[in-house]
Design a binder for this molecule. Structure first.
Ligand SMILES: CC(C)(COP(=O)(O)OP(=O)(O)OC[C@H]1O[C@@H](n2cnc3c(N)ncnc32)[C@H](O)[C@@H]1OP(=O)(O)O)[C@@H](O)C(=O)NCCC(=O)NCCS
Length: 175
């Protein structure tokens, strides 16, 4: 079976990604998670995995941002919107897409580390892929102003720095 992995501009590829993301996060309006009101950043790039039989099966959004870590500016990568079509899971698609995202972030020489946010049921998934828990505080912007971001846990992928503690300010919307 052949698969195609593309890394595309985030805005231009939104129409391709939207049906998959909506299928995973857009339904169950009566079971809204505590973060349903959060305004998220749009991805700068998207990793898209497609197969000839199934079309889009997996998505990872890539973000680049100058944030602050303990008050010092630092350029980081980020991933968000990691998802695989429900009936195509367990085939390594998300692992491949995350690897492609990490490769892309590392290729940006300014990136010091990468950050993602996830819920407890996915901790083991990311820990098995070399992401480490950041146990400090996280702040971000929302339309109403700066907030402490406590809806999901931050995880870090080390590039040239390995932050585990302190304060991260995303200096913009979360991803
Ligand atoms: C998490 C998710 C992206 C994994 O996608 P996938 O394409 O099935 O992942 P892969 O096939 O690369 O990896 C599957 C492996 O991870 C394991 N795994 C999947 N979810 C896991 C979890 N929550 N905790 C621990 N391990 C997990 C599987 O058991 C499998 O292990 P194996 O390779 O030893 O059999 C997918 O389950 C998904 O879309 N979930 C809903 C959206 C979501 O929660 N996204 C994460 C947002 S941060």
């Amino acid at each position: 079976m052949s698969i195609e992995i593309d890394i595309l501009n985030g805005d231009a590829s939104w129409p391709i990604a939207k049906p998959l993301l909506s299928a995973i996060w857009g339904r169950h309006a009566d079971e809204k998670p505590p973060w349903s009101h959060i305004k998220w950043a749009n991805a700068d790039l998207r990793v898209l995995i497609e197969t000839p039989e199934d079309g889009l099966v997996c998505h990872v959004g890539i973000h680049f941002r100058t944030i602050s870590w303990n008050g010092r500016k630092v350029h980081v990568g980020g991933i968000g919107g990691v998802c695989t079509r429900e009936d195509r899971r367990g085939r390594g698609y998300a692992t491949m897409a995350i690897d492609a995202a990490v490769h892309t972030m590392r290729a940006n020489e300014a990136v010091r580390f990468a950050v993602l946010f996830c819920e407890p049921h996915n901790f083991a998934f990311y820990e098995a892929r070399n992401w480490h828990r950041f146990t400090g505080d996280v702040f971000c912007e929302q339309p109403e102003g700066r907030i402490r971001f406590e809806y999901m846990a931050p995880f870090v992928f080390d590039v040239v720095r390995a932050p585990r503690l302190g304060t991260l300010d995303l200096c913009g919307l979360p991803w």
